[in-house]
Design a protein around this ligand. Structure first.
Ligand code: SF4
Ligand code: SF4
Length: 672
């Protein structure tokens, strides 16, 4: 097919092009100014504490997959497909407009023949997809209102604006088709379907109508582009940048504070105490609410919503930006003459909100633009700790950790009570061993978890593992202190003590009972030059079973609901080994709760939650109910904190006679 195309700027006077390009110049200036102000806002943040431009190849691949490819957006069906429709149509139509501009500006004939036909088909199809996406988004947001998806004026305005650009685009084309009746009109199948509406309208009226619609379409599109840096649509650029600049730390590692001894502001008090990257990430938020939907603290009606932490940061930043852009609108401090902005960590973020986080990582797992909520929350905790503005429960836990080396505040001499009457090899006696068995504070002090420790020791002895424990030389690994924001105690106190004891026994491999110790040794100690191979007891037991060194043979009729510990699962992707170890027991039935693996639900004890009292429902009770809904008569877990939490829920419901909470080591031991 040859000489099929259309005249660009048909029915428009030459002056129209001059006005259009002048307006485009204004749009570019407004856009650039908005972008500059945004960047100025981010630059008010502190320097980043990690390299955000390392591993450029991996970053590019992630950007293509998660950003351009919308991989994480599509993890949710309705919301994901709706976003994909709007996003892909937006991209295709933008490229189509660029092609038209290239042809017009450079006089290169591109839209001709078969290519023109394909172009028109695509443009109409994606225009339709755009309108369908906008329609579904409006219906979802305003009729069905899924929990977690909140809508404000900006959301509505942007949807209506994009929708109006799409509708006027089709109308401009429909009027042109009605006036010119080209042979290829049917390929513009959407616009062509509108043509009958204009049948019988005199040509002169059609020409005027075309011009009016063309200008409306142009002004809407230019208005949209110019206001991107000032609206939620800025998430397009900020989201893409945030994905590219994602952390390359292991998932379970918090950001350290370099030179903590000299650091005057280890945490966040004001919004500009966040790093520039954290401020950028606040602008990346799409307000999808997925983080909030997955948050156990939010489900327990505590005052925390991870989405709101991000959005309140953005709001504070925007407030600051607005007062710079429109100084007359800001309330000025009478003494300094500077705009008054609310105190960030008191009036904007609230302590109960910040202390409610269990650092379970469900928010980060679900966020389509890779916002790092946990670092933001822990940074605010660091700010509270540095300013000594902490609740009594946190103060008590931190004091106990500092004074006695364990969060229970029990004497160091009691650390070895669990071993009474048991054949336990101690490092001080054995000197040479392959594995150091790190019992952890819960395994050493908590009576229920002492039983698990004894069971693990009996299994290690049975399998002939060459190991030793530290006994009285063991101390807290510092995990809870770090997550409660006491970075100084962690970095300068506990890490140093552990480093010394590991060095004195030349420790190379560590077995941990607790996923929190596991994660800390594996992912955080290397930040301070302590590198050991770490294996969690559930993984070791699965391996020993696979090697035939432990043979579960006694059948059981237990129905076990398996609970993923956040620090073994989401933080370290260890899902299969504990399940395989359990399933090796003859007769056992392992039930998966509705929320499991990557989308598992926290027990409520992580992130210092074991020690902190925050108003709200009990997260462990919610999780226990989820596990019991599988019809199980036992909970299976791999973490001393989870075990304590489920034991507590069983007692609360008076179910001691019918339901048991056990570590998987105990199920295995039962079957021997
Ligand atoms: S880490 Fe868990 S508890 Fe904390 S905000 Fe995220 S989802 Fe909520
Ligand atoms: S932080 Fe991420 S998951 Fe939460 S609302 Fe924003 S974009 Fe969605």
């Amino acid at each position: 097919m040859k000489s099929v195309g259309r005249e660009i700027m048909w029915n428009l006077p030459h002056l129209a092009a001059v006005i259009m390009y002048s307006l485009l110049g204004v749009v570019i200036i407004i856009f650039a100014w908005g972008l500059y102000e945004r960047i100025r806002s981010y630059r008010r943040g502190r320097a980043e504490r990690e390299d955000r431009l390392d591993n450029l190849w991996d970053r590019t691949v992630d950007f293509l997959k998660i950003g351009l490819g919308q991989q994480k957006v599509l993890e949710r069906k309705v919301g994901g497909l709706t976003h994909l429709a709007i996003y892909s149509a937006f991209l295709v139509l933008f490229l189509a407009t660029c092609l038209v501009a290239v042809e017009y500006d450079f006089g290169i004939r591109i839209l001709d023949g078969n290519f023109y036909v394909a172009f028109k088909l695509f443009a109409n199809a994606f225009g339709l997809i755009l309108l369908a996406g906008i329609f579904i988004a409006l219906v979802r947001r305003h009729l069905f209102r899924p929990r977690g998806l909140t809508t404000d004026g900006d959301d509505l305005l942007q949807l209506l604006l994009i929708g109006a650009i799409g509708v006027t685009g089709f109308l401009v084309e429909a009027v042109r088709l009605a006036a010119t009746e080209p042979v290829v009109a049917p390929v513009s199948f959407v616009s062509n379907a509108i043509v009958p509406v204009f049948q019988g309208v005199p040509l002169s009226n059609l020409l005027s109508l075309h011009q009016g619609l063309w200008w409306t379409h142009l002004l809407l599109a230019f208005g949209f582009l110019a206001t991107i840096p000032f609206s939620k649509m800025f998430h397009i650029g900020a989201g893409a940048a945030n994905i590219f600049l994602r952390t390359s730390r292991p998932k379970g590692a918090l950001q350290p504070v370099p030179n903590i001894e000299e650091e005057e502001k280890p945490g966040v008090v004001d919004v500009e105490d966040f790093s520039w990257k954290q401020l950028l990430s606040a602008d990346a938020c799409t307000k999808c609410g997925r983080c909030q939907d997955e948050c156990p603290a939010f489900a327990a009606e505590m005052s925390l919503s991870p989405r709101d932490v991000v959005l309140k940061t953005r709001e504070q930043m925007s407030r600051d930006l607005f007062s710079r852009l429109v100084p007359s609108a800001a309330t000025l401090d009478k003494k300094t003459g500077k705009p008054v902005v609310p105190a960030f960590n008191r009036d904007v973020l609230f302590p109960d909100e910040i202390w409610a986080c269990t650092t379970c990582r469900a928010c980060m797992q679900s966020c389509p633009v890779l916002i790092e909520h946990i670092d933001m929350i822990v940074d605010v905790r660091r700010g509270y700790v540095a300013g000594a503005k902490i609740p009594d429960s946190v103060r008590t836990a931190l004091r106990k950790m500092g004074d006695t080396g364990n969060p229970w505040g029990l004497p160091q001499d009691d650390r070895i009570r669990w071993a009474d009457g048991l054949a336990v090899p101690f490092a001080a006696d054995k000197k040479e061993f392959e594995y150091l068995y790190w019992v952890g504070c819960a395994g050493a002090y908590d009576p229920r978890n002492q039983k698990v420790t004894r069971t693990i020791v009996s299994l290690l002895n049975l399998a002939g593992v060459n190991y030793a424990t530290l006994g009285l030389e063991e101390m807290c690994c510092g995990e809870s202190a770090r997550r409660l924001g006491e970075e100084g105690l962690f970095e300068l106190g506990l890490v140093e003590m552990v480093r010394e004891v590991f060095a004195s026994y030349n420790v190379r491999k560590v077995i941990t009972q607790c996923p929190h110790c596991f994660n800390t040794f594996l992912n955080e100690y290397p930040q301070f030059g302590v590198n050991v191979e770490v294996i969690h007891h559930s993984v070791l037991l699965q391996d020993l079973i696979a090697q035939g060194k432990i043979v579960p043979s006694k059948p059981t009729d237990r129905l076990v609901a398996f609970h993923d510990s956040c620090y073994l699962g989401r933080h370290n992707d260890l899902y299969d080994a504990p399940r395989e170890a359990l399933q090796a027991i003859p007769g056992i039935t392992v039930n998966e709760p509705e929320k499991s693996k990557e989308r598992g639900f926290c027990c409520g004890a992580g992130g210092g939650g074991m020690w902190v009292e925050v108003p709200g429902k009990r997260i462990n009770h919610i999780r226990f109910d989820q596990l019991m809904r599988t019809g199980a008569n036992a909970t299976g877990s791999t973490c001393p904190y989870c075990l304590t939490m489920f034991d507590d829920a069983i007692k609360f419901h008076n179910l001691e006679d019918s339901v048991q909470a056990k570590d998987i080591a105990e199920f295995i031991a039962e079957s021997l």
